[in-house]
Ligand binder design. Sequence first.
Ligand code: NAD
Length: 254
Amino acid sequence: MELEGKIALVTGAGGGIGQAVTEKLAAGGALIALADMSHDLAAELAQRIEGAGGCAVALAGNLTDAAYCDGLVGETVSALGGLDILVNNAGLMRRGAVTEASDEDFALSMAVNVEAPFRLARAAIPVMAERGGGAIVNTASCWGVYPGPNHLVYCTSKAAIAAMTRCLGRDHAHQNIRVNAVCPNEVNTPMLRTGFAIRGLDPDSAVAELNATVPLGRIAEPQDIADVVVFLASDQARYMCGALVEVNGGKPVF
Ligand SMILES: NC(=O)c1ccc[n+]([C@@H]2O[C@H](COP(=O)([O-])OP(=O)(O)OC[C@H]3O[C@@H](n4cnc5c(N)ncnc54)[C@H](O)[C@@H]3O)[C@@H](O)[C@H]2O)c1
């Protein structure tokens, strides 16, 4: 994948998909800045990567803090010497129809799922342009392309990041900066499992039921998504700009 020596910043690095992405990038020889709200998760992951002979630095903080978010690219450059790959992966899901959604549901979802990628792309693009190019991979969702039921705020935020991906892909291709998004359907991560637990369901049985609804026979594991994210971040995807890549095991949103 030609990742050796590339410098990457991954948000939500401590989450289900985030850990799979960072471990794959690290295995390919990339140097990684790990951004996550959880200081413990970011530090543990950095230790694990360093222990395996890789190079990682934990830059923990809350992406709703504009100063932290605006400073992350600069911190990455200071710690690792540049930036070639930005993976906007952090996200959260608030459930319910519009009549059940609070101001806080809307503000927080837009802050993490949309505003943070906006701030990070704005900071990253000049750095990448000066280095002759780079790649940004956003984590959108199938539910941002086709709205799933009763997730108004989440679907709206993921539609926004999908639109942002297309705009950025178009506007910055001339600087050799490729911007694409992965759009998963259901993935077996803490986000999905805690959602079942909140609704009083046993996550293992709920996942087993969900597996039966997917034509490939199972929902995605984080590695299924990470493989596509890392592909989009690599030179293997050198002619892809502004693409929304659905990774759904054959299951449409309905
Ligand atoms: N799991 C799914 O079914 C699924 C499907 C489609 C898209 N996605 C998207 O994939 C991405 C990763 O999700 P996941 O399933 O791995 O979830 P996850 O909950 O395991 O990980 C999300 C990570 O984002 C971090 N994060 C959340 N809010 C933050 C904040 N304010 N500041 C800093 N970090 C913050 C969390 O600490 C966590 O580590 C998200 O953008 C999500 O919307 C997930």
